[in-house]
Design a protein around this ligand. Structure first.
Ligand code: F6R
Length: 572
C-alpha cells in the first residue's frame, strides 16, 4: 500500500523521483506527490491521479534541489484529494514527510497537536508525523526523529526532509519496510526493493537513518548500527519486455517461476497437522492444496483467511503448523495472523515471494517462491508459484515426479490463449458469471473468479460446484457464462450433470479440462494437459487468467492497475 521514494545526488531530482514513483505505482495510485529541498525552503508538488499526471506537472518545474522525497498513495485516512496527498509539511514548513502504514494512535496525536495550537489541514494520520518532528526539533533532527518514532503506535515507514539540510533524507520505520540504496555520490530510499538503486540495505525495525550523497548512517536506540545488506532479487528487473501489460508478461513467466520454485524446494517436506493462512489469491492457493495436504498427511488440514484466523477462538497450535502464504510478505492481516499463531504456540512456516519481508521476519522457517518481482496488481505467477511450492513440499511418492512436470504443463496450458480470447466474448459487465469446480478445482475456480472480478469489474462468483443448486443457480439465465473446472476423473459424472444443469437453464458452459467428454459437453473448452487432480490448480488456473486478461482488454480496463486496488494490502 503506497510507495515511498527519496533521492539525494547529482541526477535531475524530478527525473530521479519520477523514475522511482513509476516503479512503485503498482502499490497505490490514487494520488502522488514530491517534496523538493530547495535552497529557499521545502517545496511540495502534488496531484490527484496517476504518477503520469504528477510527472506532467513536474515537467516545467525549475528547481535548484538535488534532494527530494516522493509518494504514490492508496488512500486509507482521508479520500484521495490533493490536501490528503503526501508529502505533508509541518506547521512551520521545516519538515516534509511521506509515510506508509497506519498510525493507530492518530486521534491522540491530533489532539496533542491541537493542544499546541497546530491545526492539521488534512484528514491523514501521516501529516501528524511532520508536525511531531517540528515540535520535537531542538536543533538535532536525529533526536526529533527518535522522539517522534517513540510517539507513534502502529506501523510506519517514513522518509522526511528537513529544510535546514538540503541534501539529506531522514528515514525511520516500524513494521513497514524501507530500503536504502547507496551508490557512489548518490543515495536513495524506497519502500520496495524494486525502486532502490545501487547497493541495497534494509533499515531494520525501529532503526532510523540519515542519508546524504556520501552514504547512510543508521541508529537504533541512540546507538550507531550497521543495517542488513539485501541480495539482488528484490531489486529485480522492470519493464514489460514487449508485452502490452505486466499481467501478460507475468502470465508468460509462470513456467520459469514454477520451475525455479519447485527446484529450490525439492528437498523440503511439509507434514503433520496443518493450517494454511492467506488472503485473496494466497487464500485460494491454500484452498487449492487442501486436498493434497489431506491426502499426503492422511489427516485433516484447514485453510483460513488471515482476517478470520485472527477472530477464531484461541485455537491451540500445540503440535500443529500454521503455513502463512503471501506473495508480498507484507499483507497486514497475514503478518498479524502469523504473529497470533506464534503466540498460540503454532509452529510457523512462511511461503512468501519476497525475502526479508515482514512475514519472513515473523516466521522462523520460510519457503520462498521464486517468481521474481510481480508488478501487475492482479497476481498470476505469484499464485502458481505458491501452489507449486506447496505441492513440492506436500507431494509424496509418484506425485513428486508429477510436480516436477508442472512447469511443462503450465507452458502447454498457455496455448489456450486463443480459445480464452474467444471465450472472453461471452462475458459482459452487466451479466453475472460463475466459476465452479470440485475438490482441488474449487481453489482454482475461486481464483479464476477473483481474476475476472478484479480486472474487469464483472460480478464473478466462485463456488464449489455442488453449491450451485443451493441458491446461486437462481442467477443463471440465457447466456450466463459458467466456467466449469474439471480435472478429477473420479468426478466426471458429477461434472457432466452440472454442465447439463447449467445448459438446461440457458447458461453457457466453458470447460477448463483435459477430458474430451467434458469438453464435448461444454459450449466452449479451454484445454489443459492432463495432470493429477491434486496438483492441477497450478495448471487449470492459467486459461482463466488468460480469459480474465482478454475480457479486461475487450472492456478497455486498466489491467495492471484495477480501480480501488493496490498490490500489497499493508493495512488490516
Ligand atoms: C489478487 C491479489 C490479492 C492478493 C492478496 C494477498 O490478484 O493479488 O488478492 O493475493 O492481497 O496478497 P499477498 O499474497 O501479497 O499476501
Amino acid at each position: 500500500m503506497c510507495g515511498i521514494v527519496g533521492y539525494t545526488g547529482e541526477d535531475d531530482i524530478t527525473t530521479a523521483l519520477g523514475r522511482g514513483l513509476e516503479k512503485l505505482e503498482y502499490r497505490g495510485y490514487d494520488s502522488a506527490g514530491v517534496a523538493l529541498a530547495e535552497s529557499g525552503g521545502l517545496r511540495v508538488i502534488r496531484s490527484v491521479g496517476r504518477v503520469a499526471k504528477l510527472e506532467e506537472k513536474l515537467r516545467g518545474v525549475v528547481t535548484d534541489a538535488r534532494c527530494g522525497i516522493g509518494h504514490t498513495r492508496w488512500a486509507t485516512h482521508g479520500s484521495p484529494t490533493e490536501i490528503n496527498c503526501h508529502p505533508h509539511l509541518s506547521f512551520g514548513r521545516r519538515f516534509a514527510v511521506v509515510h506508509n502504514g497506519v498510525i493507530e494512535n492518530c486521534r491522540k496525536l491530533r489532539e496533542l497537536c491541537e493542544d499546541r495550537g497546530i491545526s492539521p489541514v488534512s484528514d491523514t494520520d501521516s501529516e501528524l508525523i511532520a508536525h511531531l518532528l517540528e515540535l520535537f526539533f531542538d536543533g538535532d533532527v536525529i533526536s526529533a526523529v527518535r522522539r517522534t518514532a517513540e510517539m507513534l503506535e502502529g506501523s510506519f515507514a517514513v522518509a522526511a526532509l528537513h529544510a535546514g539540510e538540503p541534501d539529506v533524507i531522514y528515514a525511520f520505520r516500524r513494521s513497514s519496510p524501507l530500503i536504502i540504496g547507496v551508490s557512489p555520490g548518490r543515495c536513495g530510499v524506497a519502500s520496495d526493493g524494486c525502486a532502490a538503486e545501487g547497493d541495497t540495505l534494509l533499515l531494520g525495525d525501529g532503526q532510523y537513518a540519515r542519508i546524504s550523497p556520501a552514504g547512510a548512517r543508521v541508529w537504533e536506540n541512540g546507538k550507531r548500527v550497521s543495517p542488513g545488506r539485501i541480495s539482488g532479487f528484490a531489486v529485480g528487473s522492470h519493464g514489460t519486455a514487449g508485452y502490452a501489460h505486466y499481467m501478460m508478461k507475468e502470465i508468460a513467466e509462470q513456467p520459469g517461476a514454477a520451475a525455479r520454485t519447485i527446484e529450490s524446494l525439492s528437498r523440503r517436506r511439509l507434514s503433520g497437522s496443518l493450517a494454511f493462512i492467506g488472503c485473496g489469491s494466497s487464500y485460494n492457493a491454500a484452498l487449492s492444496v487442501l486436498p493434497l495436504a489431506e491426502h499426503s498427511a492422511r489427516r485433516g488440514a484447514s485453510a483460513f483467511t488471515a482476517g478470520e484466523f485472527l477472530l477464531t477462538e484461541k485455537l491451540s497450535g500445540r503440535g500443529r503448523t500454521a503455513v502463512a502464504i503471501s506473495q508480498s510478505g507484507e499483507t497486514a492481516d497475514t503478518v498479524a495472523a502469523a504473529r497470533e499463531a506464534a503466540a498460540r504456540g503454532w509452529s510457523l512456516l512462511a511461503v512468501a515471494n519476497v525475502p526479508r519481508s515482514s512475514l519472513t521476519r515473523v516466521c522462523r522457517r520460510c519457503a520462498l517462491t521464486q517468481a521474481g518481482p510481480e508488478i501487475s496488481v492482479a497476481t498470476t505467477k505469484g499464485f502458481t508459484s505458491q501452489v507449486a511450492a506447496l505441492a513440492a513440499m506436500l507431494a509424496r511418492g509418484a506425485l513428486r515426479d508429477e510436480v516436477r512436470r508442472l512447469p511443462a504443463a503450465i507452458e502447454k496450458a498457455l496455448a489456450a490463449e486463443a480459445d480464452a480470447e474467444t471465450a472472453a466474448e461471452l462475458f459482459a459487465p452487466d451479466k453475472a458469471a460463475f466459476f465452479i469446480g470440485r475438490r482441488a478445482d474449487v481453489g482454482a475456480a475461486l481464483e479464476g473468479a477473483l481474476k475476472l472480478r478484479e480486472i474487469t469489474y464483472i460480478p464473478a462468483i466462485g463456488l464449489a460446484a455442488g453449491e450451485l443448486k443451493h441458491g446461486s443457480i437462481a442467477l443463471i439465465e440465457e447466456g450466463t457464462p459458467v466456467v466449469l473446472v474439471h480435472t478429477d476423473p473420479a468426478l466426471k459424472d458429477k461434472t457432466l450433470l452440472t454442465a447439463a444443469t447449467v445448459k438446461a437453464r440457458g447458461g453457457r458452459v466453458i470447460a477448463v479440462t483435459h477430458d474430451d467428454e467434458v469438453a464435448a459437453a461444454a459450449d466452449l473448452a479451454l484445454r489443459i494437459p492432463d495432470v493429477p487432480h491434486l496438483i492441477s490448480p497450478a495448471v487449470s488456473v492459467v486459461p482463466m487468467q488468460l480469459l480474465a486478461y482478454h475480457a479486461a482488454l475487450r472492456l478497455a480496463r486498466d489491467i495492471d492497475k484495477p480501480r480501488n486496488l493496490a498490490k500489497s494490502v499493508t493495512v488490516e
